[in-house]
Unconditional design. Structure first.
Length: 188
């Protein structure tokens, strides 16, 4: 009985050590390869921000390979990408209330599904799956729609998210030879 008690204490100590030391160490190391970026838009009382980790292509085939077609992607690396707005916006004829959301995508060659989710989990994928399963809770999806990807004119080495103002305010996702433009309107 005493052995089981000490075994239990040892297992708990290893678990706590992994959580409080190993997890932060892993987050620090992965951000060296996929640095955290924030892009923002401010204008006419509107404040929007996207925070994401930006991996590089490094000669790899991205869409359909590293990022599989038809599977939920955390839209970047490391923690899920977050989108924050201080006002209600309208995307694809749907209203997205002000707040902070995690941004997920399901890429395919013909279309991308864009998902804004009310939860922002600690990490974008499960460890036991080796990174193939996301931590997104689909029951917390706030908005979901499909959009057509475009081919870029040149190779984009590092995954990039930006705001565009012309011809309409939009968020753009670019990587490899793919660009996805998500236009939206401010709700007044």
């Amino acid at each position: 009985m005493k052995f089981l008690k000490w075994l239990f204490i040892g297992i708990m100590a290893m678990g706590l050590l992994g959580y409080f030391v190993g997890y932060p160490y892993m987050k620090e190391k992965t951000k060296k390869h996929s640095p955290q970026q924030t892009t923002s838009y401010k204008g006419d009382g509107v404040q929007l921000a996207v925070t994401y980790s930006s991996p590089s292509k490094k000669g790899r085939a991205i869409f359909g390979n590293l990022v599989p077609y038809g599977a939920v992607w955390r839209t970047g690396a490391n923690e899920p990408t977050t989108f924050s707005t201080n006002t209600d916006i309208q995307i694809a004829d749907q209203k997205l209330a002000k707040g902070t959301y995690s941004l997920w995508t399901i890429p395919t060659k013909e279309k991308w599904t864009i998902i804004f989710n009310r939860e922002v989990p600690d990490w974008g994928v499960t460890f036991l799956s080796g990174g193939t399963e996301t931590t997104r809770n689909s029951e917390k999806d706030a908005l979901q729609f499909e959009i057509m990807p475009e081919a870029t004119k040149k190779m984009v080495e590092r995954f990039t998210i930006e705001f565009e103002e012309s011809p309409q305010l939009a968020i753009t996702l670019s990587w490899e030879e793919t660009r996805v433009r998500i236009p939206f309107n401010i709700v007044r």
